[in-house]
Design a protein around this ligand. Structure first.
Ligand SMILES: *Cc1c(COP(=O)(O)O)cnc(C)c1O
Length: 392
């Protein structure tokens, strides 16, 4: 197959034409149960009526005006994010990597305007994924993402995930921040426990560091709270979000306390598309659902059910599944077979799951998945595990 698109992805042969909730319909008419949600993006499933209505209503009025003008939809979305979180200030972007770039620049600027421009270094963690821009590949620190792209952006010091002593030892007078995912996504669904999150907050406070959380994948209801860090009770200084907040429309944001954001004054940062009327109209509709009374409780209940089913699956197929991990509806199966084989076999059973590092497959269903659909997912996962078990 020849395609003019850069071959940077190994794409499955399937073409999806329509979607409805957790279901995707391929060109050949086959229906697939989607436990991937476009990598945690379709938080409310496909073609959610509220999102379709918000998008089309805004599309008929005004798509884009630039950030040289007032954008009430963006003001409203920012205010709602502030009201529902630790944050005082918001900067909108189109993607997760850009939300991280804004967060990194903000942390550096904070120290610069505090009289410490030398404190530009940021400690990150092995297995991290923060995006594919030059700064975020340096933050992620993965050789396969950095190789051949010239000098690595200076200022990122990586320590092993979960090794808080190594973290403490890595702090120097040039360190300005700690950047971590509350639950590593690409890294294989590895969680920072609430206790460890509190420890990180303490280490940051004791050393005058900003705590930046990458909630691009874990945020917007994915773990059963609006943001994953809420499980620990701590307040970060800066977080990056994206993926779920647009429900499929490209939208991200950097959220910060007023103090952390104090250096980001007129002209210090910008974006052409970020926070435009179309994107933020959809973002508001996403929050209408996720912040509705009972919605996140429902996510927690469904997560409990799915988790229970997955534990059952592991007990039935210990030769296929080594471990079940994750929080809420951000779950991972650590496998004893190749995760890429699992993904392919799942697709053959009309089930979409997503591979991650550490030989894990991720289950990131729409937060709107029903109990019946969870049961159907369990049936298909059983078939996949049985097939792989028989092949061993
Ligand atoms: C997806 C992801 C990113 C990058 O987001 P893009 O929208 O692809 O730029 C950053 N951090 C985490 C944790 C992610 O899951």
């Amino acid at each position: 197959m020849t395609s003019p698109i850069l071959p940077t992805y190994a794409r499955a042969e399937v073409v999806f034409e329509t979607g409805e909730g957790v279901w995707l319909v391929a060109r050949d008419g086959k229906r697939y149960l989607d436990l991937g949600s476009g990598i945690a993006v379709n938080a409310l499933g496909h073609a959610h009526p509220r999102l379709v209505a918000a998008l089309t209503a805004q599309a008929e009025k005004l798509w884009h005006v630039s950030n040289l003008f007032q954008i009430p939809q963006a003001e409203q979305l920012a205010q709602r994010l502030v009201d529902a979180s630790f944050a005082d200030m918001v900067f909108f972007t189109n993607s997760g990597a850009e939300a991280l770039e804004a967060s990194i620049k903000m942390a550096r600027k904070y120290h610069a305007v505090s009289g410490h421009p030398e404190r530009f270094r940021i400690i990150t963690f092995e297995g991290a994924f923060h995006g594919r821009t030059l700064a975020t590949i340096a933050a992620g620190g993965q050789a396969k993402h950095l190789e051949g792209f010239g000098p690595k952006v200076e200022g990122f010091d990586q320590v092993p995930f979960g090794d808080w002593q190594a973290l403490a030892a890595a702090i120097t007078p040039e360190t300005g921040a700690i950047l971590i995912e509350p639950v590593q996504g690409e890294g294989g669904i590895r969680s920072v426990s609430p206790n460890d999150m509190r420890l990180l907050r303490r280490i940051a406070d004791d050393n005058g560091l900003l705590l930046i959380l990458d909630e691009v994948q874990s945020g917007v209801g994915r773990t059963g709270k609006l943001f994953a860090h809420e499980w620990s009770g701590i307040k970060p200084d800066i977080i990056a979000i994206a993926k779920g907040i647009g429900g499929g429309f490209p939208l991200g944001a950097c959220l910060a306390t007023r103090e952390a954001a104090k250096g980001m004054t007129l002209g210090t940062h910008g974006t052409t598309f970020g926070g435009n009327p179309l994107a933020t109209a959809v973002g508001n509709a996403v929050l209408d659902e996720i912040l509705a009374p009972g919605f996140l409780d429902g996510v927690q209940a469904k997560a409990g059910l799915l988790r229970q089913r997955l534990a059952q699956l592991k007990d039935t197929y210990p030769d296929v599944i080594e471990d079940v991990r994750g929080e809420g509806l951000m779950l991972g199966l650590k496998l004893k077979v190749q995760n890429t084989d699992f993904v392919k076999t799942a697709l053959a059973h009309q089930l979409v799951v997503i591979a991650a590092s550490d030989n894990v497959v991720r289950l990131l269903p729409a937060l709107t998945i029903s109990e019946a659909e969870i049961s159907e997912a369990f049936v298909r996962l059983n078939d996949v595990a049985a097939t792989l078990s028989a092949q061993k």
